[in-house]
Design a protein around this ligand. Structure first.
Ligand SMILES: Cc1ncc(COP(=O)(O)O)c(C=O)c1O
Length: 481
């Protein structure tokens, strides 16, 4: 029987900062999980500064060594929106992809260079466009109507705005489509056509031929985003090849030579829970970079298009394994053939995980019993009112109440997608770096999550109870934790 440490070693990847200290306790960048939880509470998100840096450096190197023009790695903030993560990205020279006003402000709160930032979004408000114009970032436009909207707003300010057109990309190879994430029976290209983002080739040609109507817009290139659809290298390459072919056809019709292309995010990682597999990904980011860059370069050379700058918007690749969720065991129950380990975290704070519903496979380790042999299986579940399972049939050593469990790959789409189902306040996040620990997001409290609640006038009779509740119950809940 392997120990939890042996199990962990099997699936460790280069940028993980995990070690095991005596007497068999997991440490993240040298910080013991029990120290972290006793200081900051449980559950607790822990982000590794070093992992973030190593990931962004690796993806940049992978693409820079394959692309013969400048590369801009733009961190997709939606994946993990903490200002501290953005600050690390800024120190590393990364640009950014922002969706909406909140992400735009958060990007600049964490540090950003306007020449490396793009605003995305299918329907952008005047407010966010005005802010983007004032900041001077690029805008990836989603429709003809949006071009008219930006022109009107930029005209009022007498500003020049750099824009890219988001293209729909429909590879012929996607007629039938199945991947680790999607098994689709119809023509998958129709699904892509139906997606709300971007414009098709004909619309893009019309817009470019009519560009004289947008004197305040400077067209710099194109954007597209496939998302994390497939781990298969050939699927990614077909998509990128088709993107280059669309750009080449538009070039031959309009003569427009892009100075940059933004190929979006969705890059699968070495340990890739979305694949549902317990095995590491057989493709590395270097493989994806080589496949993508060669497909794009070949098509551009054929069309006699000068290689534009290459922009990418990775989210999960950078933040995925940088985050770990620590959660304490509250109770254990066994009945018949079943066993449940009840922890204090649930899928409200990691909505994308759950082996049963989502098909993902996030590794879970018994962080305070790393040297004990795995001889048990249990469903790891949380306190929610829904039957969400964090990990079904999780291999574990004999754990007890109070032990800490670590869920790997919790850095992506956990905090940003989390909710307060059952009025559960969301936990804190800390960042660790070489034995240092810093709080980057305070835990919510009942008081902070109830503070937005109001009672309408016609429920006035209950006001007395409310004020009693606010004055007494909340105060005492704060005192007693
Ligand atoms: C436009 C755009 N860019 C980048 C990303 C980041 O994708 P990922 O985290 O899969 O790399 C997303 C995710 O939804 C997106 O919508």
């Amino acid at each position: 029987m392997p120990t939890s440490e042996q199990q962990l070693r099997r699936i460790l990847i280069g940028s993980d900062q995990l070690s095991v200290l005596p007497p068999g306790e997991l440490a993240i960048e040298g910080s013991r999980v029990s120290d972290l939880v006793s200081t900051y509470g449980s559950p607790l998100f822990v982000m590794s500064d070093t992992t973030l840096r190593q990931n962004v450096r690796r993806i940049r190197n992978a693409f820079e060594s394959e692309w013969q023009a400048p590369v801009n790695i733009m961190y997709a903030l939606k994946c993990n929106p903490n200002f501290a993560v953005r600050a690390v990205m800024h120190e590393e020279g990364a640009g950014g992809d922002c969706f909406g006003l909140g992400e735009l402000e958060a990007t600049f709160a964490g540090g950003a260079d306007v020449d490396k930032i793009a605003l995305n979004g299918s329907n952008k408000s005047d407010t966010v466009i005005n802010r983007a114009i004032d900041l001077g970032v690029y805008i990836n436009i989603d429709s003809e109507a949006e071009a008219i909207q930006i022109e009107r707003l930029a005209g009022r300010k007498q500003s020049q705005v750099r824009v890219n057109i988001r293209l729909k990309v429909i590879p012929e190879e996607y007629r039938t489509y199945s991947s680790d994430l999607i098994n689709f029976s119809g023509d998958f290209r129709d699904e892509l056509r139906r997606l709300k983002w971007g414009v098709n080739e004909q619309t893009a040609v019309r817009m470019i031929n009519n560009w004289a109507s947008y004197p305040h817009l400077k067209l710099t290139g194109y954007h597209t985003h496939l998302g994390r659809l497939s781990q298969k290298l050939e699927d990614r390459v077909s998509y990128d090849r088709e993107f280059a072919l669309v750009i080449s056809r538009i070039f031959s019709e309009t003569g427009f030579q892009p100075s940059l292309i933004d190929i979006g995010g969705g890059w699968p990682r070495d340990r890739d829970p979305e694949s549902g597999s317990q095995e590491l990904n057989r493709y590395s980011i270097e493989d994806y970079a080589q496949g993508t860059c060669r497909a794009l370069t070949d098509s551009f050379m054929e069309a006699k298009i000068t290689l534009p700058e290459l922009w990418l918007e990775p989210g999960r690749y950078i933040a995925g394994n940088a985050g770990i969720l620590l959660t304490r065991i509250e109770s254990i129950k066994a009945e018949g053939n079943f066993k449940w380990v009840y922890v204090d975290a649930s899928t409200n704070i990691m909505p994308l995980i759950g082996a049963v519903v989502e098909g993902t496979y996030n590794f879970v380790v018994s962080a305070t019993k790393m040297w004990e042999q795995i001889e048990d299986k249990a469903d790891v579940v949380g306190p929610l009112c829904i039957p969400s399972v964090l990990h079904a049939d999780c291999p574990l050593p004999p754990v007890t109440k109070g032990d800490i469990i670590a869920i790997l790959d919790a850095g992506m789409y956990a905090e940003s997608d989390s909710n307060q189902l059952n009025w559960i306040p969301r936990p804190a996040t800390v960042m660790v770096k070489d034995n240092l620990v810093g709080l980057v997001r305070q835990a919510e409290t009942l008081e902070s999550i109830f503070s937005t609640q109001r009672l309408p006038n016609w429920l006035q009779e209950t006001t007395e109870f409310c004020s009693m509740y606010r004055n007494r119950v909340l105060k005492s809940s704060q005192t007693h934790g």
